[in-house]
Unconditional design. Structure first.
Ligand SMILES: Cc1cc2nc3c(=O)[nH]c(=O)nc-3n(C[C@H](O)[C@H](O)[C@H](O)COP(=O)(O)O)c2cc1C
Length: 381
């Protein structure tokens, strides 16, 4: 393929390069994948106002997210197993994000560890926390994120129980891949991925192996989640984490007004309107359809961030126009990473930035901070 022009182009390239079990892990939602599809589809229901003959020079996408300067209101979302889309994937993506001036969020379930990412970056990255039953491990994990100088802690609230994704079960997803006929075939057809992977030692869960006790079978994500994640996680635990952490706190996975108000009551700095990219509660509404309600509920008390279904700079602009102070992209950067490694993540960010900039201009605006419902022609949400 010639130079990728869209996130869809990067997805096509990633599908060719990444073994099926890991490509499908990214490109999947829970059960019928209805919410996954709705996240993307609902953006097209929002129409933008076309404006003409206004000054369009000197445009700026720069803003802040939880007080941090960002070159555009887009962060890389936390994604597990990113080092399986490409060898050392988290380190490469973190570097690309740093160079672009946007936050990178490292997942608890990453392949590269907090310390690995710290070793290749010079500015603070963000850390996403999954809360497990072993609170001693959580305290140590938060301590490691502090020691690495992480700029924000993102606590994920919507995955204490894992939603079922059929593709992962059918493909026998595990990290590192287990040797079966099925996985051997998947790997044999992706030689470049294998060559890269042979050159790194990072093929397991870097934040967990050697740090958590009594970990029996970490290669099976679903078994490990069922065993370790704490299904009793409560708002009181969030307050405990907030005190322990002491820095910027973001609560991820809010889709309901009552939960949004509870999140604001904790004193957290931001929440992320998110349904985990359609990977958890299939049948939940799309993220973008719920964004205005969350902004109405708590927008005056905390920053409202957004993720789910962003596939273009236009989508980012629509989320910002509906009140999001910042957004996150998951699959778009994973496809870039799978397609081309670090340059692929940079390409994904460039595509989104360019699309956002041109769209903003054609809506007659020069500064992202001036984009609100004033650039929306119509929206069903
Ligand atoms: C492959 C994959 C792995 C993910 N792993 C995590 C994770 O470890 N922690 C987390 O909070 N969210 C995780 N998410 C959810 C993302 O942070 C984000 O909410 C979602 O990807 C946004 O939707 P989008 O992919 O359409 O941009 C994951 C998403 C994907 C696609």
């Amino acid at each position: 393929m010639s130079k990728p022009l869209t996130i869809a182009d990067l997805k096509t390239m990633a599908r060719r390069r990444v073994p099926k079990m890991f490509f499908d892990y990214a490109d999947s939602g829970a059960w019928t994948e209805g919410t996954y599809r709705a996240n993307e589809d609902d953006f097209s229901k929002i129409k933008l106002r076309q404006r003409v003959l206004v000054d369009m020079t000197n445009r700026s996408l720069a803003t802040t997210m939880v007080g941090q300067d960002v070159s555009m209101p887009v962060a890389l979302a936390p994604t597990g197993l990113t080092g399986m889309q490409h060898a050392d994937g988290e380190m490469l993506a973190a570097k690309a994000a740093e160079e672009f001036g946007v936050p990178f969020t490292l997942s608890t379930m990453s392949i590269c560890s907090i310390e690995d990412v710290k070793s290749v970056t010079s500015k603070p990255f963000w850390f996403q926390l999954y809360v497990m039953k072993d609170r001693g491990f959580i305290e140590r994990l938060i301590g490691r994120a502090k020691a690495a100088g992480c700029g924000a802690l993102v606590v994920t609230a919507d995955l204490q129980i894992l939603g079922q994704r059929h593709k992962d079960l059918r493909n026998g997803l595990s990290a590192p891949p287990k040797w079966t006929l099925n996985s051997a075939f998947q790997l044999a057809t992706k030689p470049f991925w294998c060559l890269d992977m042979l050159q790194t030692k990072r093929r397991g869960f870097g934040n967990i192996v050697g740090h958590a006790s009594n970990v029996s079978d970490l290669s099976s994500l679903s078994a490990w989640t069922a065993e370790q994640f704490d299904p009793r996680l409560s708002w009181d635990d969030i307050r405990w984490i907030k005190d322990l952490w002491g820095g910027k706190l973001i609560i991820k996975g809010i889709l309901d007004e009552e939960d949004a108000r509870a999140a604001a009551d904790t004193g957290a700095d931001a929440l992320i309107v998110s349904n985990h990219g359609g990977r958890q509660l299939d049948g939940a509404p799309s993220s973008i359809s719920m964004l205005p309600k969350m902004v109405d509920a708590v927008g005056d008390r905390m920053e409202v961030h957004f993720d789910g279904g962003i596939r273009s700079g236009q989508d980012v602009l629509k989320a910002v126009a509906l009140g999001a102070k910042g957004t996150y992209i998951g699959r778009p950067f994973l496809y870039g990473l799978g397609a081309m490694g670090k340059p692929g993540v940079t390409t994904a960010l460039e595509i989104i930035s360019k699309e956002m900039d041109i769209t903003m201009a054609l809506c007659g605006k020069r500064d992202i901070k001036d984009c609100g419902t004033n650039i929306i022609a119509s929206s069903p949400f």
